[in-house]
Design a protein around this ligand. Structure first.
Ligand SMILES: [Zn+2]
Length: 386
């Protein structure tokens, strides 16, 4: 985190605070290791402005080849798909590997296919991804606005036992415990985030978590499901841990957003599955969970459309998509004027005016898009039948 939540259309401050990767998986179809589409030496591009430090340490770094696997649709099992677009890791510029984003032609779930083996995905989770407040109290304060927004969702239900899957350092758990009196437990897939508050966190695969069936009143997954290798299996596990009548609350990026569909803001390859209301709803129903409330909003994770007009003008002026995306990621690291005030690499009076207009329009546009269900993230509440 530590990024300006309104500085760009990116996932600023969203997944940066959420270490969401499964370290173990039981669904690895058709594993292959020989298929490579990358250079073995990282050729990180030089960038203007504040992002140089962020990436300089990886310049020239030797990296071993990664293994790949083809992926069946996690929702319907089909392998038939249609290619939508190709992206690189524009956020961290880890390498120049191309990742294909495809849509299942049977059920419409969107996924990265092929994808890196789960054993190789770690290279895309940099220290920057885990970067945040090292001091526990500072972290708690920093997360408080978001924790309060999350708490509003959870507190719609009678106080009881809460499980936060992908709990990271436990700030949200601590907030729910200390401020709202919930009995909290957490699951975290990586042992890299510290347990800031000495909470009851299980580190490892959710299938190994030591909870009896029917333990929890509410289970939360904030920006988790898009990262894991088998989201259906994770929902099945969560359903098992829920009491009859219990509720699961899930927030994921919304593939039916301007940012995802037209501005290619998916955090590939850390995001492996891209959901819409239709596909996430079907996955929930397949796991005996009944969706009952959908919403989009800025309060949980930001995700403003801010920057969309800059993006459009740059495209119309002929700037390559890859260049815009690279600049856009740099803007997230503090180089916003460099991104927004330049056109084709040169300072531009026009772009400064465009940026001023964009800044003025974005809040209203956010409200409209969120209200219509096209916001950057979506949150669903689903109930396990009694
Ligand atoms: Zn499918």
């Amino acid at each position: 985190m530590g990024r300006r939540p309104t500085s760009s259309v990116l996932m600023a401050g969203f997944c940066a605070t959420h270490n969401r990767q499964s370290t173990r998986g039981r669904c690895k179809p058709d594993t292959r290791t020989a298929r490579l589409r990358r250079t073995d030496v990282v050729d990180v591009r030089q960038h203007r402005g504040d992002d140089v430090d962020l990436h300089a340490s990886r310049k020239g770094t030797e990296m071993t080849a990664i293994g790949w696997e083809d992926v069946a649709c996690n929702l319907c099992g089909s392998r038939r798909s249609r290619h939508l677009f190709t992206l690189r890791d524009y956020r961290f510029l880890t390498d120049q590997v191309d990742f294909n984003v495809v849509r299942c032609t049977t059920c419409s779930l969107v996924r990265v296919d092929p994808r890196p083996l789960e054993s190789d995905i770690h290279r895309y989770y940099h220290d920057d991804f885990y970067r945040g407040q090292e001091d526990a109290e500072e972290a708690l304060r920093f997360m408080e606005p978001r924790s309060m927004a999350m708490a509003e969702h959870v507190n719609r239900y009678p106080r009881g036992r809460l499980l936060d899957i992908g709990c990271f350092r436990g700030e949200f758990m601590e907030h729910m415990r200390a401020e709202h009196g919930w009995e909290v437990k957490g699951v975290e897939f990586s042992d890299r985030p510290p347990n800031h508050f000495g909470l009851d966190i299980f580190y490892g695969d959710i299938a190994d978590a030591p909870y009896p069936d029917g333990t929890f009143d509410v289970i939360t997954l904030w920006a988790v499901l898009e990262h894991v290798y088998d989201p259906s299996r994770m929902l099945a596990q969560a359903e098992r841990f829920l009491k009859p009548g219990g509720v699961i609350i899930i927030m994921v990026p919304n593939f039916n957003s301007i940012q995802a569909r037209f501005m290619f803001q998916d955090d590939v390859p850390r995001h492996l599955t891209m959901f819409t209301r239709g596909t996430l709803g079907q996955m929930l129903r397949n796991n005996s969970l009944r969706p009952m409330d959908w919403s989009c909003g800025q309060e949980l994770s930001g995700g403003s459309v801010r920057g969309w007009l800059n993006f459009v003008v740059k495209r119309l002026s002929g700037e390559p998509m890859s260049e815009i995306l690279t600049q856009n990621r740099a803007a997230d690291a503090g180089g916003w004027p460099e991104f927004a005030g330049r056109l084709n690499g040169r300072p531009s009076w026009l772009m400064r005016q465009v940026d001023a207009l964009d800044k003025w329009l974005a809040p209203s546009l956010d409200r409209v898009l969120d209200g219509l269900g096209f916001g950057f993230t979506m949150t669903v509440h689903a109930r396990k039948p009694s």
